[in-house]
Design a binder for this molecule. Structure first.
Ligand SMILES: [Zn+2]
Length: 146
């Protein structure tokens, strides 16, 4: 097996590494975790998306600074997470049947959260945190299913 980039011999990688690793120390594929062009593209798109998510994570609700955190590993419904307010208050939420449910009994808070501005904001962030990430990872999943 010869390296596509430099033409040197490649050796088999260890478990968890790339199947083939280049023997030429000067070559980027001598890194056992080297990325192929499509993986590099995916990694760039994920970084770009991550920056958008980061920029939208903190906002102001009811005059308070609030951090919106989506659960990425295990989410309920069409997405769930927690709102973390600067006063330490935490409001869990989930999206179900197209609507957001915020778990708080504070009337004024519910009003502030159920405005179109905030709902559009959180929906955009949900899209970037969940749907967009799956879209970016889709080609990777296709390639690894045999
Ligand atoms: Zn090489």
């Amino acid at each position: 097996m010869r390296c596509e980039l430099c033409g040197q011999d490649m050796h088999e990688g260890e478990l968890g590494e790339k199947a083939w690793v280049c023997g030429n120390k000067e070559c980027e594929r001598s890194d056992p975790m080297w990325l192929s062009d499509s993986e590099k593209q995916i990694s760039e798109l994920l970084t770009e998306n991550d920056e958008k998510v980061k920029a939208l994570t903190t906002t102001t609700v009811a005059g308070m600074r609030c951090e919106i955190e989506f659960h990425k590993v295990r989410f309920m419904g069409e997405g769930s997470g927690t709102l973390l307010f600067e006063n330490g208050e935490r409001v869990p939420f989930m999206k179900s049947n197209g609507a957001y449910i915020f778990y708080t009994i504070e009337e004024s808070m519910i009003h502030a959260l159920q405005t179109n501005t905030f709902l559009e904001y959180i929906e955009n962030l949900r899209h970037l945190s969940i749907d967009r990430v799956s879209e970016i990872l889709e080609p990777l999943k296709k390639r690894t299913t045999f």
